[in-house]
Design a protein around this ligand. Structure first.
Ligand code: HPA
Ligand code: ZN
Length: 351
């Protein structure tokens, strides 16, 4: 590989920038309700006659000054209250897919939070139909592969999660797995041991948020008790060398969200974010956007800022794209096709 020229801090080499966009990659950590842009929130509020606590887009955006995860979640759940009809869920997900396509994403695994909607009286059928039709349209019109991952809200009880699972089972063929999100501290993975065991029996893929704000011990229990296949975030592993070593050895994928972590004050700035150290240590790190409408950037922007600040290179880009494809739950034949495309593109850029 030819050496890249030295550039001033925080600038990206144009060739590297082009590769980041063009490389086939998967997004594995995106809450679809977190892709709801302020403009769409107001549009849907008007369409559905929902009144919002903010008079206009600008004042809503001004409230996006978060101090921690909970301060974000409060606004995120308020934003999701405008979603009422199948068309609303479709429009939200379709808007995401169009942006994802522009970023060079070939596969998206979308988290959705059914309890946020069923709690408000929106039927599970409405949520599933709107999201599924958007996924099908993305396949048809954008040649994009996708899967839905149903997340349980960890601030609610396990009984509530179990009831939600039962409600979703008539749509079992419309989602590929389950996850665990919302307020982490005080809601350890063990709280959901039974419901995850049941999901495992059902053959669902299993993931969980762990080590975002919560302690490294939550990551260990997500692995040991819930038996997750990937960990969402996992950045607190930087404070536990033995756990990080375990993650390197096992190659359990970590869906890291750099801009999210800065916006929610998990790390003071991107320079202090441990992603480069985790990558250098050999962990199976992926880059993701989390809630792009709230955190200042979709996937490519997460890549660009991370690469600029940490001075990552073409080989790192290749590794991150490869990690995302291999860590995805896509069928093997799709993964193989994307890997061949990635290899061919990399050979062209690196040669
Ligand atoms: N963490 C936990 N729960 C969430 C998040 C997050 O970043 N985004 C949406 N729900
Ligand atoms: Zn998340």
């Amino acid at each position: 590989m030819s050496a890249l020229p030295e550039l001033p801090d925080h600038q990206l080499d144009p060739k590297l920038s082009a590769f980041l966009k063009a490389m086939p990659k998967a997004e594995l950590h995106i809450h679809i309700e977190g892709s709801l842009e302020p403009e769409l929130i107001f549009q849907l509020a008007k369409r559905n006659g929902v009144s919002l606590a903010y008079p206009d887009v600008e004042s809503l955006k001004a409230a996006y000054a978060f101090t921690d995860l909970q301060s974000f979640l409060d606004i995120y759940y308020a934003g999701a209250s405008v979603l009422q009809t199948e068309q609303d869920f479709h429009d939200m997900a379709w808007a995401y897919f169009k942006r994802a396509k522009a970023d060079g994403i070939v596969r998206s695994e979308l988290f959705f939070d059914p309890q946020t909607h069923t709690e408000r009286g929106i039927p599970m059928a409405v949520v599933m139909a709107g999201l599924t039709s958007a996924c099908e349209r993305a396949e048809r019109e954008l040649n994009m592969s996708s899967g839905l991952i149903l997340c349980f809200l960890r601030h609610l009880s396990e009984d509530d999660a179990m009831a939600t699972l039962e409600e979703a089972l008539p749509y079992r063929d419309q989602f590929i797995g389950v996850g665990l999100d919302s307020s982490e501290v005080g809601n350890p993975p063990e709280k959901f041991a039974r419901v995850f065991a049941r999901c495992r029996e059902l053959g669902l893929h299993l993931v969980a948020h762990a080590g975002e704000e919560g302690p490294p011990a939550y990551m260990a229990s997500a692995l040991d008790v819930l038996k997750v296949e990937r960990i969402d975030h996992g950045v607190q592993s930087i404070h536990d060398p033995a756990l990080l070593q375990r993650l390197v050895q096992s190659q359990v994928p970590l869906t890291v969200c750099p801009l999210s972590n800065v916006k929610l004050c998990v790390f003071k700035d991107l320079q202090l974010h441990p992603i480069a150290r985790m990558l250098r240590a050999g962990a199976c790190v992926t880059i993701n956007s989390d809630d792009p409408a709230y955190f200042g950037g979709y996937l490519l922007e997460n890549f660009r800022q991370t690469f600029a600040v940490h001075q990552l290179n073409l080989q790192d880009a290749y590794q991150l794209a490869k990690n995302s494809l291999t860590a995805s739950f896509a069928p093997d034949h799709e993964k193989q096709r994307w890997m061949a495309e990635l290899d061919a593109l990399y050979a062209g850029y690196a040669g």
